[in-house]
Design a binder for this molecule. Structure first.
Ligand code: DAU
Length: 350
């Protein structure tokens, strides 16, 4: 039975991944290591918490002893490193924790995996370390063009730079030690269980609560949106068939401006939930510092090499997502408790 060590599995993408994998495979074991920061929530995993092949360990990926012990106690086959500080605005306010978790945490995981997997004749067969990275490492595009795996690294925010640094450490472990690794670089994800600091869940939550919808700058920045389950499928394929040492870009050609996203959410909620909601809730606020203009992924490589293609269109995915937040308002209420409210009130008033 293959054993997966999933880090950050209590977060948005990690928890969706664990549930996806247990649905798809009967005979796998998953160990979920999560520090449970504000963005991690065991509620996200309630469906699998009693699964006989699932184990949760509360630990920080920077903690050498804790991670070493996991490798000593289990013959881990795959590491999927989701654990990261992921929010750009937070990184602009306080970069240090991004450098620590995203860079040093990754290096600690690499060292522990290397120690467990390396023999005198190279690495044990069948092992793999998959680093879950981001399209933000490529920087920003103007109106045309796409990021490919060979686009130069040009990160701008402390978050993006920390992820690019981690990617380069992965490269070093492949080039120097021939460690079995892959890097995936995905575009913006959305879907159930996303913490409401990111654009889509924040706008849904605020709209439902008739709060201001803060749009940065002119609202014309573009992101390439992918439904989270399509990302999970891509990661599974890269673990199974990705060529060692390779990078795979993941994206579904769903480019939308931020203002389009916000208006789509308003229209859906107005039509289906509360007819009194209007676009008057939109407030154009000060732009994010160093705000990247456009991200757009060229997914040709993963499509041609591994046969991946996204299943969920943006129109379908956004409806499913809004509907999920509507049906799970207790999840939202719990998660948007004190920390969120304090931050919101500080920025925009009550
Ligand atoms: C939170 C918020 C965001 N925005 C804008 C900023 C961006 O142009 C866009 C999306 O913002 P965010 O949801 O923070 O996502 P973004 O900065 O693109 O980064 C996300 O997508 C990346 C992948 O591209 C991931 O690596 C990051 O972890 C993830 O946070 O919406 C607003 O206009 N108002 C807001 O309140």
């Amino acid at each position: 039975m293959k054993i997966y060590l999933v880090t950050g599995g209590a977060g948005f993408i990690g928890s969706n991944f664990i549930k996806y994998m247990f649905k798809k495979y009967k005979h796998i074991k998953i160990i979920n290591v999560d520090k449970l920061t504000y963005a991690g929530n065991l509620e996200n995993l309630k469906e699998v918490k009693n699964h006989p092949h699932y184990k949760f360990i509360k630990a920080d990926i920077c903690d050498k002893k804790a991670i070493e012990n996991i490798f000593k106690a289990n013959d881990i086959d795959y590491v999927i490193n989701f654990a990261a500080e992921s929010h750009v605005d937070r990184s602009i306010k306080d970069p240090s924790i991004f450098a620590k978790t995203n860079v040093l945490g990754t290096v600690n995981l690499l060292n522990c995996a290397k120690a467990a997997w390396e023999t005198n004749n190279g690495f044990k067969l069948g092992k793999k370390f998959l680093q879950v990275s981001t399209d933000e490492v490529y920087g920003s595009l103007e109106n045309t063009g796409y990021f490919t795996e060979t686009s130069p690294l040009d990160p701008h925010s402390p978050y993006a730079s920390s992820k690019a640094s981690a990617d380069l450490m992965i490269k070093a472990y492949f080039d120097t030690y021939k460690m079995p690794v892959n890097v995936t670089r995905c575009s913006n994800n959305y879907g159930p269980y996303q913490f409401p600091e990111k654009l889509i869940p924040l706008m849904i939550y605020n709209c439902l609560n008739k709060k201001i919808l803060p749009v940065y700058g002119d609202g014309l920045n573009i992101r390439d949106w992918l439904y989270v389950i399509d990302h999970c499928k891509a990661i599974d394929l890269v673990i199974e068939n990705g060529k060692l040492g390779e990078i795979y870009n993941i994206g579904g050609h769903n480019e939308r401006t931020n203002i389009y996203i916000v208006k789509t959410i308003i229209q859906y909620i107005k039509k289906n939930v509360d007819p009194t909601i209007t676009e008057n809730l939109i407030k154009f606020v000060e732009d994010r510092k160093g705000h990247d203009r456009r991200y757009a992924i060229d997914p040709t490589k993963i499509r041609n090499e591994l046969g991946w293609k996204p299943k969920t269109s943006f129109e379908e995915g956004i409806k499913k997502t809004i509907q999920w937040y509507l049906e799970n308002n207790t999840w939202l209420d719990n998660i948007t408790s004190k920390e969120y409210q304090d931050a919101y009130n500080k920025m925009y008033g009550n």
